[in-house]
Design a protein around this ligand. Sequence first.
Ligand code: CTP
Ligand code: MG
Length: 227
Amino acid sequence: MSGPVVAIVVAAGSGVRLGGTGPKALRHLAGRPLVCWAVDALAAGGVRSAVVVVAAGLEADFEAVLGSALIPVTAVVGGATRQESVARGLATLPDDGQVVLVHDAARPLVPVEVVRRVVDAVRSGALAVTPVVPVTDTIRQLSPDQTSAVVDRSRLRAVQTPQGFDRDTLVQAHAGLHDEVTDDVAACEAIGVPVTLVAGSREALKITEPFDLIVAQALLSTRGGPG
Ligand code: CTP
Ligand code: MG
């Protein structure tokens, strides 16, 4: 798969679990909005341009802060679910990108090696790629009667973004969706496309709760600069 790599960065959530005011993607980490960190991390990994999907009425706010990003970014309005937001981003991607990454604005510190691994896998022919990390907690699965049983942790992986796709495959997966899925490789799997796993990184953590911002801040203090 050749041609430029383009990205959809979903940022239309409200960030209820993080709390505070304003959309989560515009909250600052070391003086920069999370969405700027996320876009520049993708740019460092070779992404040429990005569509950022935002809540209605915030297009101008996002485009203003993203004027300082390393690549051109346009803002489009998202939907009520992450899945809908990705679909809207997909509908407005520039025509020339055959390799498409879908990334959460809420994962600002994804390392460049992870982005490159995802892109390389798609370029090598994989149709749907996701970074994953091992699960470190011991997990117990609850039954309806509230009894529980331990799950074999060695066979579990936690899924991250950016996920990478052959563009036509991602378009077909979204066109065929009936049920709610939580990510885009699951949408591809639902139409029978095999999912390729590559190594993710703990540094690609998702900012969900206030604790995660503290961790991200600590991580940044160990780095020389963005990416
Ligand atoms: N997202 C989106 N459109 C939605 C819901 C989520 O673009 N309708 C995006 C978020 O902006 C985020 C990513 O999907 O970058 C992952 O979602 P999550 O971490 O759950 O973010 P929020 O939905 O904003 O947070 P919360 O669930 O705490 O409200
Ligand atoms: Mg959410």
